[in-house]
Design a protein around this ligand. Structure first.
Ligand SMILES: NC(=O)C1=CN([C@@H]2O[C@H](COP(=O)(O)OP(=O)(O)OC[C@H]3O[C@@H](n4cnc5c(N)ncnc54)[C@H](O)[C@@H]3O)[C@@H](O)[C@H]2O)C=CC1
Ligand SMILES: O=C(O)C(=O)COP(=O)(O)O
Length: 597
């Protein structure tokens, strides 16, 4: 039943008038299309999909570098309110489009729930996002971005500072001198040179610590289940297993994130495996150490000293046994606190937040796929196509059918692993779900929302021959086990099927059911199935012209001359019910549907 044939394009600024006088027939061409240039609008790549007509409001809840604040102020109203109580934060948040925090603010589920859907982005001006409830953010479609690079060196330098200060009792000796004492024998330290340092977590900070420790003449080993051995080898570090790292080290420096898997990773059991007299530095997160177990290990002399920048509870209790321990050096979470790092972090997070509010995909998104900028640029028109195909497909479903199973097919000459379809899948989901619910869907919550609504989306790749110049040839969306309001949208295999391509940067609908059409996906669309005969385009065109509805694109796909045909008409304005009724009343028209894009 598939239709074939060439398409011709006639470009004209006022198509309706011409159509009514020309009464064009489709009989000469198995596919015929007319487009007007002036209807082209640059599709905006909206990820957060919220139109910010007024200036957005950004709540900055912790101190941020001046350069970052300036950047934010150019784009948004900035409310700097520090030291808010959890209740105050929940009250304020419903008036904010974005929130910027550091490690001192808990962005809990209640915050997202109190936001009433307005909060679109949380910016973490730093690395660790353990203070943000990511699951709640994702469920509420709120993007979380961080500033992962600007404080790396500062944190590594602080780690090294603590390492050296601990080994030479700097803090204790300083306090002693200030107390009027001169205790040269008490504060004899240990040397770093030749000692083994185990870097736990060989990421950005860990590898910078390793590099610096090598410069101090230390033997550096590292443990990181996800790090590449060649990256470690390149700086002369051997990657080893967890037990080997902790049992051979004279010094252990922690640089992994706090996650359920790393929570209390140092505990009674693991302290027991360490060399007696080991020294520990923690610039990561307090929660990676069982702090009570550390106190026991310090008391038992298993751990000779600890230098801690981070604590499970910040600030810790005044009488915390750990902080008060004479072999503990403590700093108040200062790892990222250098002038340089704070300026860098502030700029990094301000750019990420403004970009996200503008609808750009954030490169530092924590709860959404991170897609390289060049890939995004290439996929942009397909992203628009994907959403519109989803939107069209779901509007073709007959009421009460319930969308449960959707298959998306991507046809491309690219190798499957050379095409990142996550953004496309998210946008198809957005298109499918938004027209039938009040849920706001974006790249962040698309998969979650689909799952929650019981919509199963499967993806399939067709690898085409030919040059992989274009990222994609076409995208097909099929909805199985449903009835359609427009029977012609059901394919030979029984699913609702729509297919689209990008032509000249503009998304086009190129197939409905088994009918090949060609209509640019702008404005809205009328689909009609009719008996193929002369004068049909003209008749429909004149009805639309009567009420000044501008036709942007028109195409007819048919199975055979003078048999059934599907006419797809792109319109800039939605026609009135009366006009649609008149179109439906044309004797040769068997069924029709009006679809909003
Ligand atoms: N004290 C402070 O002010 C600062 C603290 N940080 C903390 O340092 C942590 C590390 O920061 P970056 O190096 O920038 O992050 P990163 O993401 O570059 O590195 C973390 C590394 O930990 C590894 N890892 C994950 N699970 C592990 C496990 N079970 N065992 C060993 N390694 C594991 C990862 O594979 C990754 O290579 C952050 O999560 C943050 O909590 C970061 C900056 C400043
Ligand atoms: O970036 C991180 O993970 C940090 O721990 C830095 O925290 P801060 O921004 O100084 O509160």
């Amino acid at each position: 039943m598939a239709t074939t044939g060439a398409a011709i394009n006639l470009r004209t600024p006022s198509l309706n008038n011409r159509l009514s006088s020309l009464s064009l027939s489709a009989t000469k061409f198995s596919a015929f299309s007319v487009t007007t240039r002036n209807t082209r609008r640059r599709p905006r790549f909206i990820v957060l999909a919220a139109s910010l007509d007024a200036k957005p409001t950004v709540l900055v809840a912790e101190k941020l570098g001046a350069a970052g604040l300036e950047l934010l102020k150019e784009f948004a109203n900035v409310d700097c309110s520090y030291n808010l109580s959890p209740e105050e934060l929940c009250t304020k948040i419903s008036l904010c489009d974005a929130l910027i925090v550091r490690s001192g603010t808990k962005v809990s589920r209640e915050v997202f729930e109190s936001a009433g859907g307005r909060l679109k982005v949380v910016g973490r001006a730093g690395v660790g996002i353990d203070n943000v409830d990511l699951a709640a953010a994702t469920e509420h479609g709120c993007l979380v971005v961080n500033a992962p690079t600007a404080n790396t060196v500062a944190a590594a330098e602080h780690g090294i500072a603590l390492l050296a200060a601990m080994a030479r009792n700097i803090a204790q000796a300083d306090a002693s001198v200030k107390a009027g004492k001169w205790q040269r024998n008490k504060y004899v330290g240990v040397s770093l040179v030749g000692k083994t340092l185990a870097v736990m977590g060989f990421g950005k900070v860990g590898s910078e610590v390793a590099r610096r420790a090598k410069g101090l003449g230390m033997h550096v080993i590292a443990h990181d289940p996800y790090a590449a051995a060649d990256r470690a080898r390149a700086i002369g570090v051997e990657l080893v297993g967890f037990d080997e790292a902790i049992s051979t080290a004279d010094f252990i420096s922690l640089h992994m994130p706090l996650t359920p898997a790393t929570s209390k990773i140092l505990n009674d059991e693991t302290f027991a495996k360490m060399k007696k007299g080991v020294r520990i530095v923690n610039v990561a997160r307090g929660g990676v150490i069982d702090e009570d177990a550390l106190v026991r290990a310090l008391d038992a002399g298993i751990v000779a000293q600890a230098a801690l920048d981070v604590f499970t509870q910040e600030p810790p209790e005044k009488d915390s046994k750990l902080v008060q321990h004479e072999n503990v050096t403590a700093t108040p979470h200062l790892g990222a606190s250098t002038v340089e790092a704070q300026e860098g972090v502030a700029i990094e997070i301000a750019e990420a937040v403004v970009g996200a509010l503008r609808g750009e995909l954030a490169a530092t998104a924590v709860n959404a796929p991170m897609v390289p900028a060049e890939v995004l640029t290439e996929l942009k028109p397909f992203v628009v196509l994907a959403e519109k195909l989803g939107r069209l497909a779901v509007q073709l479903v007959a009421g009460g059918s319930g969308v449960k199973s959707v298959k998306v097919t991507y046809a491309s000459a690219r190798a499957p692993d050379d095409l990142d379809t996550r953004v496309l899948r998210a946008m198809i989901t957005k298109g499918l779900i938004e027209p039938i619910s009040s849920v706001f869907v974006n790249l962040v919550n698309a998969d979650f929302t689909a799952k929650q609504r019981g919509v199963r989306i499967t993806e399939e790749r067709i690898t085409l021959d030919g040059s992989p110049e274009n990222a994609l040839e076409f995208i097909q969306v099929q909805i199985a086990n449903v009835e359609s309001k427009f029977a012609s949208a059901i394919s030979e295999t029984g699913e609702i099927k729509v297919e689209g391509r990008v032509k000249d940067g503009i998304p086009h609908l190129t197939k409905v059911g088994s009918f090949e059409v060609d209509v640019s996906l702008e404005g809205s669309i009328i689909l009609c199935r009719q008996v193929d005969q002369p004068g049909m385009i003209g008749k429909v065109g004149s009805i639309l012209a009567e009420e000044n509805v501008n036709v942007s694109f028109m195409s007819v796909g048919r199975i055979a001359p003078r048999k059934q045909a599907v006419m797809a008409i792109g319109v800039d304005e939605p026609p009135s019910k009366e006009s649609l009724k008149k179109i439906g009343g044309i004797p040769a028209i068997e069924e029709f549907i009006f679809l909003k894009l």
